[in-house]
Design a protein around this ligand. Structure first.
Ligand code: ADP
Length: 627
C-alpha cells in the first residue's frame, strides 16, 4: 500500500518540473512574467525597509540631526507605501495568472484525451492513469497543478538569499574595537561557526520538513483509493439514475456508513494516514521549527554581543538580525521548495505517463475527397480481430462488400460481433489480420479525419449533450437552422419541436441551464438520428440505437429511416431480425463470423440456417411481423 519513493536525481527533478513549467508557459504566457516580478518585489523590498530603519535608529542613537531624521523618515514612509502598493498589485496579477492557469489545467488532459487513439481511450490502463492523476490533484493538488507555485517560491527564496547576503556582509567585516572586552568576537572562527550552524540548520530544517511531507507519497495509493470512494459515494447521492435504487434498497445506509465508520482505514481519523500525521509526520515538522528557533537565538546573541562590544550601533542590530533571519528563511524556503518539487515528482510521473501515451495508429495521407457521386465502396477482406488484452477473436475471417446506395443489415445474437464489425469499419480499431479497403485502397492510408467524414453513426449508447437542441444536431454553435429543422422533422421530431419553449435554442437536460428540458429515450433517439442525418455523410449506420424500444417500434423506426436515408449507403444493426427484413442484403453474424448472407427471402428459405432458427425463435415477440 505505501509506495516508497524511488530515488530521483536533482537533475531529473528540475527536468520534470521544467517540463510542467513549459506547459504552463504555453497556456498562460504572462504567468511567468507576473511571478518573476512579484517574487523580486516580495523578496527584495523588505530589505529596503530594514536598511532604512537601521539608519533611523543609528541616527537616533548617534548625532540626532532633525533634518537627517526627517529625510530618512520621509523616505522610509514613501518607499514603504510605494513598495507595498506595487507588491500588492503584482501579487494580484500573479494570483490572477495562477488562477487562470489553474482553471485551464483541465485543457491539458482534455486535449490529450481527445487525441488518444480510441484503442487507448478504451483501455483500462489509460483510464487508470487518468483517474489516478485526477485523484492526486483532487487530493492535495499533486502533479502538474502543484508546479505552478514552485517557480515563484524558489525564485523568491533565491532573491531573498542574495539580498540578505548583501545586507549582512558588514556584520562579519565590522570589527570590535581593539582593547574592548569581547575583541575575541573578531576571530574568524566565529564567522565560520555561525556559517556552519546556519548551513546545518538550513539543511536539517528542510530535511525534517521533507521527511514529514514524504509521508504524503507513502500514502498516495491509499489516498487515491479514498478519493475514489469519496467521489463514488459522494456522487451517488446526486445521480438521478440511481435515486430510485438507492431508496428502494435503502442504500443510503451504506453510503452514510462509509463516512461514519471509525474503522474506515481511508477516510476516518483512525486511518493510518491520520495516525502518521499525528505521529512521525508531525514530529518531523516540529523538529524543523525547533532547529530554526535555535539558529535565530544564536544569531541574536552574536549580533547583540558584537553591538554591546562596540562594533556597530544599535540600528545595525536591527539590520543584521533582520538580514540573517531572512537569509535563513530564504535558504530553508529554497530547500523546502526543492524537497516538495522532489516529492511532487512521484505524482508527475503518473501525469507524464498519461500525457506520453503515444498515438500508435498509422495515419495515412490520402484524402477521401468529397465525391459528388458518393461512390464509396468499402470491402472487408478476410478481416479478423482480437481486442487488446484478449486472446479470443471477436471477428474471424470476415469478407463483405458494401454496395453503393444499398441497405445492408447486420444481424445476430448479442455478443456475436456486430458492434466490433462497425468499430473496425469506422477505424476505431485496426484489424488484427486482413484489410478493409475503401475504393480498393487500405483505409489506413487515408487521413483519419477524412475517413471519418464519410460516416454518420448512431450507436446504441449514443450521447447527447446538455446544450441547445440545434447545437446537438449540428454539433456546432453556428448552424443552418432550416437544415437542422428539416433533419429533426425527417427523424420524426417535428411535433416535439413545436413544444420546445425556445425552439432550437432550448437546452436539453438541466445540467447547464435550469430551463433545460428533459427528453424521453425515444425523443433522444430521434435527435441522435437527426444529428446523423445532418452530417450528411455517404454512409449512415444505425447500431441498435433503438434497443430500449419494443421490437415493433424498432422495426417502424428502421423502415422509416430507410425512406429518409435516400441515396446513402445504409447499414442497420440489430439482434432483432424483424427490424431488418426490408434490407437489400442481410449478413448473419455468429460467434464473430458471417455465417449467412442474402435477402430475407433467401435466408428464410434455408430451413437449416441460423437465420431461420433465430427468426422462428424471435417470432413470438413481434407477431405483427410474423411471416
Ligand atoms: P454485439 O454487438 O453483436 O452484441 P460485440 O461486437 O459487442 O457484439 O462483441 C463481440 C465480442 O467481443 C463479445 O464476446 C464481447 O464480449 C467482446 N468485446 C466487445 N468489446 C470488447 C472490448 N472492449 N474488450 C474486449 N472484448 C470485447
Amino acid at each position: 500500500m505505501a509506495n516508497k519513493e524511488e530515488k530521483l536525481s536533482y537533475r531529473e527533478v528540475i527536468r520534470m518540473n521544467n517540463r510542467a513549467w513549459k506547459i504552463w508557459h504555453k497556456m498562460c504566457p504572462k504567468l511567468f512574467l507576473a511571478t518573476t516580478l512579484h517574487s523580486a518585489f516580495a523578496a527584495l523590498s523588505p530589505y529596503l525597509t530594514i536598511w532604512l530603519s537601521a539608519q533611523i535608529i543609528n541616527e537616533l542613537a548617534g548625532k540626532r540631526n532633525p533634518d537627517t531624521l526627517m529625510k530618512l523618515v520621509l523616505i522610509q514612509l514613501i518607499s514603504a507605501a510605494v513598495l507595498a502598493l506595487l507588491t500588492g498589485i503584482l501579487q494580484h496579477w500573479k494570483i490572477y495568472e495562477e488562477d487562470t492557469a489553474s482553471q485551464m489545467e483541465n485543457k491539458i488532459y482534455i486535449d490529450k484525451m481527445l487525441t488518444l487513439d480510441y484503442i487507448d481511450m478504451d483501455s483500462q490502463h489509460s483510464f487508470d492513469l487518468y483517474s489516478q492523476m485526477r485523484q492526486n490533484r483532487d487530493w492535495a493538488g499533486w502533479g502538474i497543478h502543484k508546479t505552478i507555485r514552485f517557480f515563484g517560491e524558489s525564485l523568491k527564496a533565491i532573491l531573498q538569499i542574495v539580498g540578505a547576503i548583501g545586507l549582512s556582509v558588514s556584520l562579519f567585516t565590522t570589527k570590535v574595537p581593539a582593547g574592548e572586552k569581547l575583541v575575541v568576537l573578531n576571530n574568524p572562527l566565529f564567522i565560520i561557526a555561525i556559517f556552519a550552524l546556519m548551513l546545518f540548520v538550513a539543511l536539517i530544517s528542510p530535511f525534517c520538513v521533507s521527511k514529514g511531507k514524504a509521508y504524503w507519497t507513502n500514502y498516495a495509493s491509499e489516498a487515491r483509493l479514498g478519493n475514489r470512494y469519496f467521489s463514488f459515494y459522494g456522487g451517488m447521492s446526486s445521480e438521478r439514475k440511481r435515486a430510485v435504487d438507492l431508496r428502494i434498497y435503502s442504500q443510503q445506509e451504506n453510503v452514510c456508513n462509509f463516512y461514519l465508520d471509525e474503522n474506515n482505514n481511508t477516510l476516518s481519523s483512525n486511518s493510518s494516514m491520520c495516525k502518521s500525521a499525528r505521529g512521525p509526520m508531525g514530529l518531523w515538522i516540529a523538529l524543523s521549527q525547533v532547529t530554526s528557533v535555535v539558529l535565530i537565538g544564536v544569531v541574536y546573541l552574536f549580533v547583540c554581543l558584537k553591538a554591546w562590544a562596540g562594533a556597530f550601533g544599535v540600528g545595525s542590530v536591527t539590520q543584521y538580525v533582520g538580514a540573517i533571519t531572512s537569509l535563513f528563511l530564504g535558504v530553508s524556503q529554497l530547500l523546502q521548495t526543492v524537497g516538495m518539487m522532489k516529492v511532487n515528482c512521484e505524482f508527475l510521473k503518473t501525469s507524464y505517463e498519461f500525457l506520453d501515451i503515444p498515438n500508435k495508429m498509422y495515419q495515412g495521407s490520402l484524402t477521401t475527397e468529397k465525391r459528388a457521386d458518393r461512390k464509396y465502396e468499402i470491402e472487408f477482406k478476410d478481416v479478423s480481430f482480437c481486442y487488446p488484452g484478449s486472446d479470443t477473436y471477436a471477428l474471424h475471417h470476415v469478407n463483405m462488400k458494401f454496395r453503393i446506395g444499398r441497405r445492408l443489415a447486420v444481424v445476430g445474437m448479442n455478443g456475436s460481433g456486430k458492434t466490433t464489425f462497425i468499430k473496425l469499419l469506422c477505424r476505431l480499431y485496426d484489424p488484427t489480420e486482413g484489410q478493409i479497403l475503401l475504393n480498393g485502397i487500405d483505409i489506413r492510408k487515408y487521413k483519419y479525419d477524412d475517413y471519418m467524414d464519410i460516416f454518420s453513426i448512431v450507436f446504441q449508447d449514443f450521447q447527447l449533450f446538455s446544450m441547445p437542441l440545434g447545437e446537438n444536431v449540428a454539433c456546432s454553435s453556428k448552424y443552418d437552422a432550416q437544415r437542422v429543422i428539416k433533419c429533426l422533422n425527417d427523424a420524426g421530431f417535428s411535433e416535439r419541436l413545436k413544444e420546445m419553449p425556445d425552439g432550437l435554442e432550448t437546452y436539453l437536460y438541466k445540467e447547464l441551464n435550469e430551463k433545460g428540458v428533459e427528453i424521453s429515450g425515444g425523443e433522444a433517439q430521434k435527435i441522435a438520428i437527426a444529428r446523423a442525418l445532418f452530417k450528411d455523410a455517404p454512409f449512415i449506420i444505425l447500431d441498435e440505437p433503438t434497443a430500449a424500444l419494443d421490437p415493433i417500434a424498432e422495426a417502424e423506426i428502421y423502415s422509416k429511416f430507410n425512406d429518409i436515408a435516400g441515396d446513402k449507403t445504409a447499414i442497420y444493426i440489430s439482434h432483432r431480425l424483424s427490424s431488418c427484413k426490408f434490407c437489400d442484403e442481410i449478413a448473419v453474424f455468429d460467434n464473430g463470423a458471417v455465417i449467412q448472407q442474402g435477402t430475407h427471402e433467401d435466408l428464410i428459405a434455408d430451413k437449416d440456417g441460423k437465420y431461420y432458427e433465430l427468426w422462428n425463435a424471435q417470432a413470438q415477440y413481434y407477431t405483427e411481423n410474423k411471416e
